[in-house]
Design a protein around this ligand. Structure first.
Ligand code: HEC
Length: 118
């Protein structure tokens, strides 16, 4: 139920969030992110559990770097949107930390895999 809600809201919200027009010059978003905090928040808010219900496995398949989330800004926007709609109560630096971990582990817009060359 909540899963469906998130899909609909995500679709609607992305249009608003991402409707900001042509990409502005991109400053790195995740340079100062607290990755340990992000990892903790991902567990705390059971992000993967809900995603796994939708896509199976460990839920990671929901993260599709080649999809509509195609920049660090959009990734952070998506996390912020789910934060708001799911009432997770994360602060902006929390959202940034979560997005940074997703970027490091799945999207690689700014952060390469741990140990990889940047
Ligand atoms: C109640 C279920 C639910 C919870 C909890 C949830 N999500 Fe999601 N999330 C979804 C669904 C469903 C989608 C897929 C939307 C779609 O079909 O494009 C999604 C998609 C996403 C995407 C976009 C993936 C992509 O590349 O298109 C991101 C990023 C994301 N979620 C992050 C999070 C984070 C971070 C959390 C925890 C803080 C979280 N979600 C918690 C249901 C959930």
């Amino acid at each position: 139920m909540t899963g469906r809600l998130c899909v609909g809201l995500a679709a609607a919200g992305l249009a608003v969030l991402l409707g900001a027009g042509p990409a502005r010059a991109q400053a790195p978003l995740f340079t100062d992110a607290d990755l340990a905090l992000g990892e903790q928040l991902l567990k705390e808010h059971r992000c993967a559990e809900c995603h796994a219900r939708k896509v199976g496995g460990d839920g990671a398949a929901i993260y599709r770097p080649a999809g509509r989330i195609n920049s660090a800004g959009r990734l952070r926007g998506m996390v912020e949107y789910c934060n708001t709609e799911l009432n997770l109560g994360m602060f902006p630096e929390d959202v940034n930390a979560v997005a940074a971990v997703l970027d490091r582990d799945h999207y690689h817009f700014e952060r390469k895999r741990p140990g990889g060359a940047r």
